[in-house]
Write a protein that binds this ligand. Structure first.
Ligand SMILES: Nc1ncnc2c1ncn2[C@@H]1O[C@H](COP(=O)(O)OP(=O)(O)OP(=O)(O)O)[C@@H](O)[C@H]1O
Ligand SMILES: [Mg+2]
Length: 454
């Protein structure tokens, strides 16, 4: 069932319940007030009759005539004595007077009864009033009247209430449909856009028409933000595939041309053959490294890739330096005041970041390298300083981008692919940290890693 239909039906059902309740109250109050009015009239009539018959001589014919004068349509008037003995009676509806037996009122209190006959179709109001003659009560007056006016008014009221309930339900159904459509419009437009996206595979945003700040608007805005992110990530993916294939093209061309050379000339020229094999080997190694890096990047784009453990940065750096010094024979000095400096992080990933920074420092400088480890209230800070060629100030903002190299020719010599800093930044971001770089061309570079202590 559509949500608009559901809202519509539910509101209409609720509206019907309210209407029925209100109608019942109105009906009940109307009946009560009309019967009260009739009661008052009958009491007044009873008072008048009693006054009249007390002023008459007690002959039968006089009293009966007097009673007859007070009759209205479908009524009877009786005078009763103890043991319910009817002494006088006047009626214009003998059936009615037969149906209702006379009853003598023993107390000094008047009594009223509303009798429903024929399953509520006929309402009869009976009033019994004691007749005081001096101090004693030995007669009572009984007036019974069928409330024909009430019955017809009841019918009319029922018809009006029934009609207005049906009309209200109809209006609620139509109005509800209209309102539900207005409210659901952004959702319908969202569904349409989603169906289009599903068909075409191209993410699209929804046009937000009215600027009301309601939940649906928030939903539409969130949807658009999500689509923007999706577009961005698709764009990044496309860019990555094109950059990656472009990067792979150069080493593959070198390999292909040396392989062609070997196919044509074989191993006749020993020196040339050695050079070709060496070049093929080094370019293949470069491709291998690059594909490993690609996999690293792909993994970092996924979330929850971290294996968080307690980690002491000082001992981690000491370990790394030992390995690097053995392999590259470069002077790397570690400076720290406190020991240990513990953070919660993924050891392998942080190690990868520090190696990336040291690798850059070694590649782009010839002197010693200094590494400082310190901490403030929030962060553990690792600083890698080199005194090499530095980075031009207008390039600093670009060096974290994928495949970006300041000097393409120089980087080819040093064998870089321009992915190191991008990977380092992604890892630091996953750890909710920051990476800052400052550099002066010709005098060196300082890279700072801020890793949250908690
Ligand atoms: N310490 C540094 N001194 C001077 N230039 C640097 C330094 N670190 C980075 N750069 C510049 O920033 C560029 C990007 O660095 P990045 O580490 O991302 O790539 P790369 O070192 O060229 O290749 P790799 O993917 O092997 O790390 C480098 O090519 C280099 O031009
Ligand atoms: Mg690098």
């Amino acid at each position: 069932m559509r949500i608009t239909t559901k809202i519509n039906l539910l509101t209409t059902a609720w509206m019907l319940c309210i209407m029925i309740l209100i109608n019942m109250v109105v009906y009940f109050l109307f009946m009560k007030s009309t019967v009260n009015m009739e009661e008052d009239l009958q009491y007044q009539k009873a008072g008048d009759i009693i006054k009249d018959i007390q002023s008459l001589s007690p002959s039968n014919s006089n009293i009966n005539r007097e009673l007859k004068d007070y009759l209205t349509a479908h009524s009877y008037i009786r005078i009763l004595q103890p043991q319910n003995k009817v002494t006088h009676e006047a009626t214009n509806d003998s059936l009615l007077s037969k149906k209702i037996k006379g009853k003598y009122v023993e107390t000094k209190q008047a009594q009223t009864h509303l009798l429903s006959l024929k399953n509520g179709e006929e309402e009869v109001l009976i009033v019994r009033v004691p007749i005081n003659s001096g101090t004693s009560v030995n007669e009572s007056l009984e007036i019974g009247e069928q409330l024909i006016g009430l019955e017809t008014r009841k019918e009319i009221l029922r018809a009006i209430l029934g009609f207005s309930t049906i009309l209200a339900a109809l209006l609620s159904l139509l109005g509800g449909r209209w309102l539900a459509n207005i409210i659901m419009r952004p959702i319908s437009s969202m569904i349409k856009t989603m169906e289009e996206i599903e068909k075409s595979g191209v993410p699209k945003t929804i046009t937000i028409q009215n600027k009301t700040k309601d939940e649906l608007q928030t939903l539409a805005k969130t949807f658009n933000r999500m689509i923007h992110r999706l577009q961005e990530s698709m764009e990044k993916q496309k860019q990555f595939v094109s950059d990656a294939s472009h990067e792979l093209k150069t080493p593959l061309t070198v390999i292909k041309s040396y392989a062609n050379f070997l196919r044509r000339h074989g191993l006749q020229d020993k020196q040339m053959a050695d050079e070709a094999i060496e070049a093929i080997h080094s370019e293949a190694t470069r491709i291998q490294k690059m594909t490993e890096t690609f996999l690293d990047i792909a993994n970092l784009e996924k979330e929850n890739v971290l294996e968080i453990n307690k980690l002491d940065l000082v001992s981690l750096c000491k370990g790394i330096f030992k390995q690097l010094k053995d392999a590259y024979h470069r002077e790397i000095t570690l400076h720290y005041e406190k020991y240990p400096i513990v953070i919660h992080a993924d050891e392998l990933k942080i190690k990868q970041v520090i190696i990336i920074l040291l690798d850059n420092a070694m590649k782009y400088s010839k002197d010693k390298i200094d590494v400082f480890i310190e901490k403030n209230e929030q962060y553990a800070i690792v600083q890698v300083r080199d005194y090499g060629i530095g980075i031009p100030s207008d390039e600093i903002n670009n060096i974290f981008e994928r495949f970006y190299r300041v000097d393409k020719a120089r980087s080819r010599e040093t064998g870089g692919s321009g992915l190191g800093l991008h990977i380092a930044k992604s890892i630091v971001k996953l750890h909710k940290g920051e990476i800052k770089i400052s550099s002066k061309e010709g005098s060196g570079t300082k890279v700072e890693l801020f890793l949250p202590l908690h």
